[in-house]
Design a protein around this ligand. Structure first.
Ligand code: NAI
Length: 470
């Protein structure tokens, strides 16, 4: 009998398997496609490879300013883009395979069905069917793109993120339904490569879960870059035309919205993969939004755990991995890792945005006695030297304690981690202001933003109010 069977080899599942093996467990991972799951194969990693392409094209536009002349223009080699992207993916997937092997973790390729609390049936990809017995099961089956009924149209030009990632041409025009994370990351990629991009977003702003300072400014930036953002709009129908194009019909503030385009990306959310988990018969509490779990990611049925996207909520790879560690430790009765509830998020638009902790709207809703401070990258030496001064770092404090950090700008996805430490450890303003930041770095902006909470930023113009501060 195995100690742990992990169903799904994504960043939740493979991390859980490794952690359980580190604690001495005999582990089997069952994966129906590729190790690495959505993140490595269809999501975070391949889109970041494409994000780099977008960045390169952006930088070509600014080369003259840097004294580099690229006369004669440039061309885009789509097969080479995909070749590079696939090489990146292969290296990572192969790396995961080698790590699992090094821990003697068995990987079975096939589709799992939970038969009972201690037995999992696997219809292996090679045709054989096996039963595996286990003390614990960790469900890490992830999620797939959700397509509402009215947008389920069979047409090669109407895609989800799963298909568009392997695009075979750069469309002249693309309508993206949903201005959330997936929608805006692809909007950035295709806009950079010359596509006319329309984003239709139901909410009054794109990325509406972010602090409104971030989402409003990002929206202004992308509009300035030339993207068409249709807020407060709902797509109702997709009508394929005889010439292969697609007519997108929607409604915006009571009026008809009509856009003709070559391709459509439906990016309105993802749904947990619950099929085959036999949850009804097992009596595992769940809803179509996900499986219910406790603080150890254990379901109401002892020994059955669920982690990552299949538990619903905001679906992030790093959150799934964190769940995996906690669930693996709990299944081995060795809880060691602190269950951190501070989960950052990084979104790869141009400029990048990253966030942790409370937004100003959330602080307001909690009736906190909060203060905010913002440091603009226009006043940062490194940003100026890099020729990328867009954006800012905004810090929110509840009294003296830092509760939220929101960044828009160059390398925001890396800069956020000082904020993650500050928020997760409940650091105070003076913990940061007394910490020396290297010069010249973008990180200095964080120290400046925190100083600004006391009205004493150094690289910001003095105001009468600020002059009197201690
Ligand atoms: P999302 O929930 O982030 O965004 C979907 C958007 O579509 C929402 O803004 C919603 O208002 C809008 N919408 C819904 N129905 C609509 C309609 N009929 N017409 C117009 N707009 C409509 O979902 P998304 O972007 O599909 O991402 C799925 C999950 O994957 C999210 O939980 C996200 O956090 C995660 N993810 C995170 C990434 C990151 O952190 N970098 C990257 C990719 C995905």
């Amino acid at each position: 009998m195995k100690d742990v069977i992990v169903i799904g080899g994504g960043p939740g599942g493979y991390v859980a398997a490794i952690r359980a093996a580190q604690l001495g467990a005999d582990v089997t991972v069952i994966e129906k496609e590729n190790l690495g799951g959505t993140c490595l194969n269809k999501g975070c990693i391949p889109t970041k490879a494409l994000f780099k392409n977008a960045e390169m094209v952006h930088s070509i536009g600014t080369m003259k300013e840097f004294g580099v002349n690229l006369e004669g223009g440039f061309t885009i080699d789509i097969p080479q883009i995909h070749k590079r992207k696939e090489e990146v993916v292969f290296k990572l997937v192969d790396g995961v395979r080698r790590i699992l092997n090094s821990y003697d973790i068995e990987t079975v390729y096939g589709e799992a069905t939970i038969k009972d609390r201690n037995r999992v049936k696997v219809q292996k990809n090679d045709g054989e069917t096996i039963d595996v017995e286990t003390k614990n099961i960790i469900i890490a089956t992830g999620a797939t793109p959700f397509i509402p009924e009215n947008l389920r149209v069979d047409h090669p030009g109407i895609m989800t993120s799963d298909e568009i990632i392997n695009f075979d041409n750069i469309p002249k025009s693309l309508v993206i339904i949903g201005g959330g994370v997936i929608g805006m990351e692809f909007a950035n990629i295709f806009h950079a490569m010359g596509t006319e991009v329309h984003v239709v977003e139901h909410n009054e702003r794109i990325l509406h879960r972010l602090d409104s300072d971030l989402s409003k400014r990002l929206q202004a930036h992308v509009k300035k870059q030339g993207m068409k953002i249709h807020n407060n709009a709902l797509v109702k129908e997709l009508n394929p035309q005889e010439d292969g194009s697609i007519e997108v019909i929607g409604e915006r503030k009571g009026k008809e919205l009509k856009v003709d385009c070559e391709k459509v990306l439906v990016a309105v959310g993802r749904r947990p993969n619950l099929e085959g988990m036999n949850l009804e018969d097992l009596g595992v509490h769940h809803s179509p939004r996900g499986i219910e779990v406790n603080e150890n990611y254990e379901t109401n049925v002892e020994g059955i755990y669920a982690i990552g996207d299949v538990t619903g909520g905001i679906m992030l790879a790093h959150e799934a991995s964190h769940h995996g560690i906690i669930a693996a430790e709990a299944s081995m009765n060795k809880r060691i890792t602190h269950n951190g509830s501070t989960i950052p998020s990084a979104i790869f638009t141009s400029p990048e945005v990253a966030t942790v902790g409370l937004s100003e709207e959330e602080a307001k809703a909690k009736k906190m006695d909060y203060v905010t401070s913002k440091f603009m990258f226009g006043g940062n030496g490194k940003a100026l030297a890099m020729g990328d001064t867009q954006g800012f770092i905004k810090v929110i404090a509840n009294g003296d304690t830092i509760v939220g950090v929101h960044i828009m700008g160059l390398n925001a996805s890396d800069l956020i981690h000082e904020g993650v430490l500050a928020v997760s450890k409940g650091m105070r303003i003076d913990d940061i202001t007394g910490t020396v930041h290297a010069h010249p770095t973008m990180s200095e902006g964080f120290a400046e933003a925190v100083l600004g909470l006391k009205g004493v930023s150094i690289h910001a113009l003095a105001s009468k109010k600020k002059k009197s501060k201690g």
